[in-house]
Write a protein that binds this ligand. Structure first.
Ligand SMILES: NC(=O)c1ccc[n+]([C@@H]2O[C@H](COP(=O)([O-])OP(=O)(O)OC[C@H]3O[C@@H](n4cnc5c(N)ncnc54)[C@H](O)[C@@H]3O)[C@@H](O)[C@H]2O)c1
Length: 364
């Protein structure tokens, strides 16, 4: 498998999604070339709010199926606040991709970079290096509007269901323990914290029960629990004490923005959504209409999501040169901050999307 060409479905989407995707792909390709690794073949799929405005459809015909045929899906950002369905919700075909391909493991690394913005005064904030593992197919998002599962009782009441299943939760917790183990081999502390609300909700007690059932299979990994409200507090009080945290979909959605904010802003927040068959890689931010078309977007979240994709493809294709290209990108970003050669406008610096991309290409 090592020498075959790998296929990536590419959805640039809307707003800054288009710019940061182009930046990420150029860096991914440069890193692959540097490591003499296989080239990726990109198959572009049109989708998003702009596409909806033109055609009345949120993704091109056959686009959902085509995305699943690739080895991985890369997405920029989707949505424009002024483009909506009749019920007031936004254009979100990517939520259907998550559902269709059961991309249950949402991986969101949060890392403090030297000379990067530090939002907390405590000097230990320099050591923040954690991963939020957000379940991404069920939980409260099971009822996300795009799935049409909300129960509209009448004009005075609407119900959304929070769903936890054994099958998905077992796979999620195993993924979390394996991730903690992989990070431990690279020098992290080897800890998986279960973040829930088991004191109040039966579904969350079930989530924790399954965590407890799986934990004995990983005696080398430290375990711990936190209620989600306490976790929000601890992300301000002592975020440097955490390694990998596993949580329900909605909790993970909110906590990952909070944690992303601790180390800068959305422009650093990379994301992978992984299922049994494929993975979707995207920056965690949206289309940022307030800065689109101004060359101000920080492309690093998109670039780091590209590195997550290479790491995933390395395992999938059993090809270590892809993992080496991923490390090359991560090291270049780190060194770029150490040497102050990466100064995003987002953090008060003087470098826009193109300047950051060019500097990173030099660093590679
Ligand atoms: N996965 C996705 O595609 C996704 C995720 C979130 C929001 N959205 C959509 O994006 C649109 C805008 O949503 P929003 O404003 O709530 O969130 P957003 O992430 O687009 O922007 C939030 C803030 O962060 C800033 N920001 C975001 N990414 C940045 C980057 N790379 N560099 C510099 N600054 C950056 C923006 O300028 C803005 O001030 C909406 O239509 C929303 O539905 C899509």
């Amino acid at each position: 498998m090592a020498n075959r060409q790998l296929q990536v479905a590419l959805i640039k989407g809307d707003g800054i999604g288009i710019d940061v995707t182009e930046a990420a792909i150029s860096i991914v390709d440069a890193a692959l070339k540097k490591k003499s690794a296989v080239r990726l073949h990109y198959h572009e799929i049109h989708a998003g709010a702009g596409y909806f405005r033109q055609t009345g459809q949120d993704i091109e015909p056959g686009g959902e199926a085509a995305a699943g045929q690739a080895d991985a899906i890369y997405l920029g950002a989707i949505g424009l606040p002024e483009v909506r369905h009749a019920d007031g919700t936004e254009i979100s075909p990517h939520l259907r991709l998550r559902d269709r391909y059961q991309l249950y493991a949402g991986v969101r690394p949060v890392r403090a970079y030297p000379n990067g913005p530090q939002r907390l005064a405590d000097p230990r904030a320099r050591d923040i290096d954690l991963v939020i593992l957000r379940e991404s197919t069920e939980g409260l998002f099971y009822s996300a509007a795009v799935h049409g599962r909300s129960q509209v009782i009448d004009d005075r009441e609407v119900r959304d269901v929070l769903r936890i299943t054994r099958g998905t939760t077992e796979k999620l917790h195993r993924f979390g323990f394996e991730l903690a183990r992989k990070r431990k081999r690279r020098g992290s502390r080897g800890m998986l914290t279960c973040v829930d609300k088991a004191n109040v909700f039966t579904s969350m007690a079930f989530f924790r029960q399954i965590y407890d059932e799986i934990a004995p299979d990983y005696p080398d990994i430290q375990t711990g629990y936190n209620y989600v409200d306490a976790q929000a507090l601890d992300f301000i009080r002592r975020p440097w004490d955490f390694d990998v945290l596993v949580t329900e979909n909605m909790f993970g959605d909110i906590l990952s923005d909070l944690a992303g904010g601790l180390v800068g802003g959305m422009g650093m927040a990379a994301c992978a959504e992984i299922g049994d068959e494929t993975g979707l890689f995207q920056p965690a931010h949206g289309s940022a209409p307030d800065i689109m078309g101004e060359d101000k977007a920080n492309p690093l979240a998109a670039v780091l999501s590209g590195a997550l994709m290479l790491d995933y493809l390395a395992d999938k294709a059993d090809d270590a040169t892809l993992a080496a290209a991923a490390s090359l990108i991560e090291d270049a970003v780190y060194r770029g901050f150490v040497e102050q050669r990466l100064r995003p406008v987002e953090f008060g610096g003087d470098m826009g999307t193109r300047a950051i991309t060019n500097a990173l290409a030099d660093l590679l």
